[in-house]
Design a binder for this molecule. Sequence first.
Ligand SMILES: Cc1ncc(COP(=O)(O)O)c(C=O)c1O
Length: 443
Amino acid sequence: MSKLNREQTITYDKKYNQHPWLKGNTEPIPIEKAEGIFFYDFNGKKYYDMSSQLSCVNIGYGNEDVIQAVNDQVKTLPYIAPAYASAPRSELAKMLVELAPDNIAKVFFTCGGSDANEAAINMARTYTGRSKIFSRYRSYHGSTLGSGNLSGDPRRFALEHPAATGFVKFQDPYVYRSDIPFKNDHEASAYYINKIKEQIAYEGAENIAAIFVESITGANGVIIPPDGYLQGIRKICDENGILMICDEVMAGFGRTGKMFAFEHWNVKPDIITFAKGVTSGYVQLGGIMISKEIAKFYEDKVFQYGLTYSGHSLACAAGVACVNYYKKAGLLENTQKVGKVLGELLEEIKQKHKCVGDVRYIGLFAAVEFVKDKETKEPLVPYADQSGTMGKIIGLLKERGFATFGRENNINIAPPLIITEEQLREAMKIFDEVLDIVDETYL
Ligand SMILES: Cc1ncc(COP(=O)(O)O)c(C=O)c1O
């Protein structure tokens, strides 16, 4: 364990660390430790972790089962190359296949979500012999070359000089911001599905390897698809020999009250990509789960992809303990129960505050969308706004001990799934108070 004190941590960080997505001169808050749903700075200030960091610390901090499993594993076999069989890798793969829908046969492990999506792109193209990959605006799938070009949010621009070829974007079912006053989910789904069909016709179905979707768009505002939408994509894929790939990196592992978010709509993807919640961030791990057909295809073919740390022993040991813990602690049930309270509180917040246009929530996965005007839905800040208004609101929350992140006009709320109703109410009181300030200051 590092013994640096607060001052050394700050000084060395400033001098030697380049942080992702931040300017080099940014000064991050130095954090010393964490326990349960809280983390603490070096002065003992407590933060409610209301985003589970990057929506990954699903089981909270200080989980003894995972700590023990990693400790035991590091003594026995800390690392073994991916070509060997190892107990933690075998055990976790078996557990994941058993958790997944019955069409899923095998798992390929990566180190996180970006490389999981790279692996899925690679497999989809090889398996189908087609090159085009469909994905949606507002999605985030990672920041490596392929996964970054797959992503639909503006973070991909840096990877488009020049862009990787073969990536086609379509609109997401962002019903709140649609110009069309859909009467119900059925109408909305039919509209968006027809738009995809039209785009497929003009790209040539025979050229399309896969349609990637975040089952629920996460980082860009928890956009929950209308009922019938994912089923519609499944049907398009079936009719055209296209693979349906669900990115469950953020929405998976209990976040929505089900193990995988697509289960809310009873679809079976051909490939599921995952990371984050599989180990709750204790050790980095990601991967893809593949269908029986794809696994069969690769029986006598080499999968041309690999990572030194694919299926790392410590990560897989953490994964086994973590996945067991979801069940042992009844985390899906807690997510449904406390998530219901979160939904009620968010509806109250929407009623009360002028600055709130929409609230979207499912389980413990939520976003609050800010507007200048509730009636016209004019966004609080224009798209790609650099004024830092949303950053300031997130800063106000952090000052009061409510830590989370947001993008564009949305602030995400996704606490660890172990949160109690009482803790949630305490944290949401802070949120409510900050929104009073937003109503007063920014409107
Ligand atoms: C839906 C989704 N896919 C992929 C990724 C990329 O995962 P990683 O940062 O582990 O590479 C993320 C990260 O936030 C994500 O939210």
